[in-house]
Design a protein around this ligand. Structure first.
Ligand SMILES: C[S@@+](CC[C@H](N)C(=O)[O-])C[C@H]1O[C@@H](n2cnc3c(N)ncnc32)[C@H](O)[C@@H]1O
Length: 323
């Protein structure tokens, strides 16, 4: 079977290869080819299962090769429901335009060959989890990886909100998608290291009641009536009652922050959490192992290098009832 193609944020390929335990057969900016798809990956955004490598000199040649590979593999397959059709690219200058051309031309060819099936194609990244459809990754101007199966790990680009006090806001918004839940009206959120207030704002605009803990000032004092600022040391903060959500995005030693989350879970102080660990320049793999060890205490735990994360990764999860 062909090796899987794992797509990540450019610059994080070596961490991804190490995490997946593969000696990369090939690698490029934002992708690693090697090994099977493991059960869990932090640094990948998407994995293409056993892709075929196709080459072509023009947009049409590439698009037709992808469409023909799809048509051939779909022979005898029933299509009764919408299926995902995704074309992504490695981020080289000018490649996005070429990938768009491939997407349009590939769909046109599918319409001509199998119009009923083509009408069911839904462009864009599928929901997190395994998916069957057509997945195309342009690694270069003349080279595509094409597969019928993919695993989406959850990260995706979020739309900006000009009202949000910080760009960190995007990480919280993205984390809800990974978890499949978001703060609901009336729920309580403790946000440790909250300033200038993006994560707090993200929860408060959904109607949650937020205690924003930070020694530093919140932008505009919090900007939302649902936010109460507590200018305190987050490591000393104890909630008066268990919170529905713990948020934590502190610029602190990530091992110390991991310890704080372990403590909150052991004490039953939160039901769900979104916690960011900033590994900076150090090797993130030992920290990743520590983060994953929390699985025993969680009903759900996902550790992801979000689209909007930099030298950091984010834990989202739900405490096990008996933790
Ligand atoms: C990256 S910023 C948080 C951004 C925030 N999530 C947002 O959306 O705007 C990190 C914050 O952690 C706070 N912080 C770091 N150590 C802290 C501590 N021990 N107690 C409270 N706040 C702390 C800093 O003051 C800083 O405001």
């Amino acid at each position: 079977m062909n090796a899987a193609l794992h797509v990540c944020q450019p610059g994080y390929e070596s961490f991804l290869a190490k995490e997946a335990g593969v000696a990369p057969e090939k690698t490029g900016p934002g992708w690693v080819l090697g090994g099977p798809v493991p059960e869990d990956l932090c640094f990948a955004h998407l994995s293409l299962v056993a892709p075929r490598e196709l080459t072509g000199r023009s947009v049409n040649a590439l698009a037709w090769a992808a469409a023909d590979a799809f048509a051939e593999s779909a022979r005898g397959e029933r299509f009764d429901a919408p299926w995902p059709f995704l074309v992504e690219e490695a981020g080289l200058p000018g490649l996005a335009r070429r990938a768009k051309g491939v997407e349009e031309e590939c769909l046109a060819r599918l319409r001509a060959k199998m119009s009923r099936v083509a009408k069911l194609a839904v462009p864009g990244r599928p929901a997190p989890g395994p998916a069957r459809g057509l997945f195309v990754y342009a690694a270069d101007f003349d080279r595509l990886f094409v597969s019928r199966e993919a695993v989406g790990w959850g990260p995706r680009r979020m739309a900006d909100d000009p009202q949000a006090p910080s760009r960190s806001y995007l990480k919280a918004e993205e984390a809800y998608g990974v978890l499949g839940r978001e703060p609901a009206p009336g729920e309580t959120v403790v946000d440790l290291g909250a300033a200038p207030g993006g994560w707090s704002y993200s929860a408060a605009r959904r109607g949650a009641r937020v205690t924003a803990v930070d020694n530093g000032p919140m932008k505009g004092g919090g900007l939302h009536p649902g936010i109460v600022h507590r200018p305190e040391d987050a490591f000393k903060f104890a909630p008066q009652a268990p919170a529905d959500w713990l948020f934590c995005d502190m610029v602190e030693d990530p091992e110390r922050v991991a310890g704080l989350l372990e403590d909150w879970l052991a004490r039953g102080w939160c039901r769900r959490f979104v916690v960011n660990l900033k590994f900076g320049r150090r090797d993130p793999l030992p920290l990743l192992r520590r983060a994953r060890a929390l699985r025993g205490r969680c009903a759900v735990l996902k550790v992801r290098h979000l689209f909007h994360d930099r030298e950091e990764f984010t834990l989202v999860g739900e405490r096990a009832a008996d933790a």
